[in-house]
Design a protein around this ligand. Structure first.
Ligand code: ADP
Length: 407
């Protein structure tokens, strides 16, 4: 029955009931008619009053949930937070945002916080009567992926409520771990030649070994080699940190690709003559200028040609090529013929100090930082880096850089 029909029925029944009661009591038609009208009127007033109260209760905004914010404002605030977050009241999850539902499950709204979080350290604070009264931060694991770690941040709100924020710390920990590994690796790389130099200094102090001219010359040559190795390492470490410091400053010089290739290759041609390795330059006629930092692009090409010379087979040719490719880019490539690289190593070659064969790299004067430097230079230039290699055939490293004119 519609609401209006129901109201009329109630009014008619009330009037009828009053009329029948008065007729039996008084047996007077006048009194019956008056009481019927009075009954109808009183029921109408009563009904109206009840309806008004119900309507008022429905339309009245809900009381502020916490901190004086309305329910809608609070929902908007919680959803605006990128971290999963919950409001806990009297040991239950009163409300939470979408990120919290995604992390902890759709069932948690209204759930006992002990079941929703299952973190004893946090539960001790949140489930106590009146909630946590002081801000607290607890490191927890076991939420989301197995390797994820979180900071659980608790803030007291008004009315015994607690705001609980879950801040994913996995990325920060991975970065911290990388930094620790890097410092350990760099120290190790420097300590080895340093220990060699100190050992030879000790030996030369000995009048027996140090007094002999030929032995002294031999030891001094080894010491010089080790000192140069340390110097290369320090130079590469400084290059890396300079490139990283510049990473948010986009390079903007026009760099002529053909001239750059000629310049870098001529340095190798002069110094590598003893190896008798031919370096061929193949620049397509439409290649012009890329947008870049000339000194860094020269270092990039130098590192790639140096690797091709180190790891290519003796007597084979090295090719430095450039061509225009799609999307306004020019591709620079360096190809060698040699042992090549097994596929499982390819994704890790740009990691600092990662080498396929450490002793070979060291024997060739490698620092293990050459390709890491290349990667950082490419990233700063907004380019791409691809390594292709076939075991027993050789390697091609391709670097795509944006053309200066953007076309
Ligand atoms: P390194 O100073 O050791 O040469 P890089 O970062 O330049 O360091 O290179 C990392 C490793 O990648 C090298 O140690 C080597 O094992 C491998 N590599 C790089 N370039 C080539 C190449 N052209 N052919 C074969 N292996 C290569």
């Amino acid at each position: 029955m519609a609401r209006a029909d129901r109201s009329i029925t109630i009014l008619l029944l009330s009037g009828l009931f009053a009329a029948v009661a008065v007729f039996f009591l008084t047996r007077s038609w006048e009194a019956t008619a008056i009481s019927a009208l009075a009954g109808l009127f009183a029921a109408a007033l009563l009904y109206d009053a009840i309806e008004r109260r119900i309507a008022l209760a429905i339309t009245r905004p809900p009381p502020p949930a916490a901190g004086g914010a309305s329910s809608d404002e609070l929902t908007t605030l919680l959803e605006a937070l990128l971290h999963p977050c919950l409001i806990v009241h009297r040991g239950r999850v009163e409300r939470c945002n979408r990120a919290a539902l995604d992390l902890l499950g759709n069932h948690i709204t209204g759930q006992d916080v002990r079941l929703a979080l299952r973190q004893p350290a946090a539960i001790d604070l949140l489930a106590q009567p009146g909630g946590a009264r002081e801000p607290a931060r607890i490191a927890i694991a076991g939420l989301g992926m197995a390797e994820q770690s979180w900071d659980l941040d608790i803030q007291p709100l008004e009315g015994g409520r607690n705001l609980v924020l879950l801040i994913d710390q996995s990325g920060r920990q991975a970065t911290e771990q990388m930094r620790v590994d890097f410092v350990a690796n760099a120290s190790h790389e420097l300590r080895t030649p340093l220990a060699g130099i100190l050992g030879f200094v000790e030996t030369l102090r000995d009048p027996l070994a140090g007094g002999d001219q030929a032995t002294r010359e031999r030891f001094l040559a080894i010491m010089e080699g080790e000192a140069k190795r340390m110097q290369r390492l320090v130079d590469d470490l400084m290059s890396l940190s300079r490139i990283e410091a510049d990473r948010y400053r986009a390079p903007d010089q026009p760099v002529a690709v053909a001239a750059l290739a000629e310049e870098v290759v001529s340095v190798f041609r002069q110094s590598q003559n003893a190896q008798g390795r031919a370096i061929v330059i193949q620049i397509e006629p439409d290649v012009s200028t890329v947008r870049g930092d000339r000194a860094q692009l020269s270092q990039l090409l130098h590192n790639l040609v140096s690797n091709a010379l180190k790891y290519g087979a003796p007597g084979t040719e090295i090719t430095v090529a450039a061509r225009r490719i799609d999307d306004g880019m020019t591709e620079l490539s360096v190809t060698d013929r040699g042992d090549g690289i097994a596929p499982q190593h390819l994704p890790r070659l740009t990691e600092r100090f990662y080498r396929v064969d450490s002793s070979r790299s060291r024997a060739m004067g490698g620092t293990g930082l050459g390709l890491a430097i290349v990667k950082h230079i490419v990233q700063r230039h907004g380019g791409t880096l691809h390594l292709e290699s076939k075991v027993g055939e050789g390697t091609t490293v391709r670097v795509a850089l944006p053309n200066f004119d953007g076309r």
